[in-house]
Design a protein around this ligand. Sequence first.
Ligand code: KG4
Ligand code: ZN
Length: 341
Amino acid sequence: MDNKDIWILAIESSCDETAAAVVKNGRTVLSNVISSQIDLHTLYGGVVPEIASRKHTERINQVIEEALKEADRTLEQMDAIAVTYGPGLVGALLVGVAEAKAISFATGLPLIGVHHIEGHISANYIEQKELEPPFLCLVVSGGHTHLVMVKDYGEYEIIGKTHDDAAGEAYDKVARAIGLGYPGGPKIDRLSKEGNPQAIAFPRAHVEGCPYDFSFSGLKSAVLNYLNQAEMKGEEINRADVAASFQAAVVAVLVEHTLLAASEYNVTKIAMAGGVASNSALRAEMQAACKKAGLTLYCPSPIFCTDNAAMIGAAAYYEYKRGVHHGLDLNAVPNLKLGQR
Ligand code: KG4
Ligand code: ZN
């Protein structure tokens, strides 16, 4: 293999961010353009799939143009075009997939379909130049909560998962219940700083017989019950205390299960990925626990934790090196499994 640089134009449109990025050799980000639709969806209290697809269609060409311009590169100077093809909202995914296929057809560039979660995990390679598999990764996003053993580039084993709500989903639902609105994660993160995490003893759920799995629906119900009871008794609710106590319960199980898996699987490197990995309490507590256990923690900057296309470019580089290319029959797969091709 020669040492020629590999340039990838990557596209991400699986949920409510229209994003494009230019990434060199999987680790150097030349541009990372993200057009967020959050303001639009906030009006409805959550992502409205039809609106998401329509907005992606409106913005995708401009976002790609900006990404190339910012990187000071042309399409002709790219070596491949990468796109998220699942999991996600089918209509939203289709916009990116159709765009990438059109570009591939017009330019002859190889097309690489990327798994969204593989992208989130690969975000860790962008700033941590020395990080290489194997490592254990806690993936915590709006749709997923997984403990993943990254055995090699593109080789994953899911060793733990949620049985019900994803961590981000729990954040979003609790935020709505205490009147914070969408997206809940960053708002609870902020409000928690003013609250007492020990004020209310919310449950730390464990799944019988599955020490690395998660369950957040009981915690969500406990918060809702607490709010209802307070309302029935006519008691004033301290929203900051509720937020901080809920967050403490989520963070405690995420940290505990990750450390347990690290010890059982004998790994020394832990990474975090996904929107919830930008949570300040989770980052601080995971860091403290890793330090105590003599483990090294890797965590992308918040901008690379939430949805972006640079992470898709990082994942695509290792797929490219393994010779993975997709044909023009690539389709969106809303429930794509990690490791599935
Ligand atoms: O990874 P992501 O951007 O999209 C998905 O693939 O789902 O994750 C979005 C999720 C949302 O549920 C959002 O509330 C949550 O990540 N989130 C956070 C924070 N920032 C985003 N949760 C807790 N604390 C944060 N600071
Ligand atoms: Zn995501």
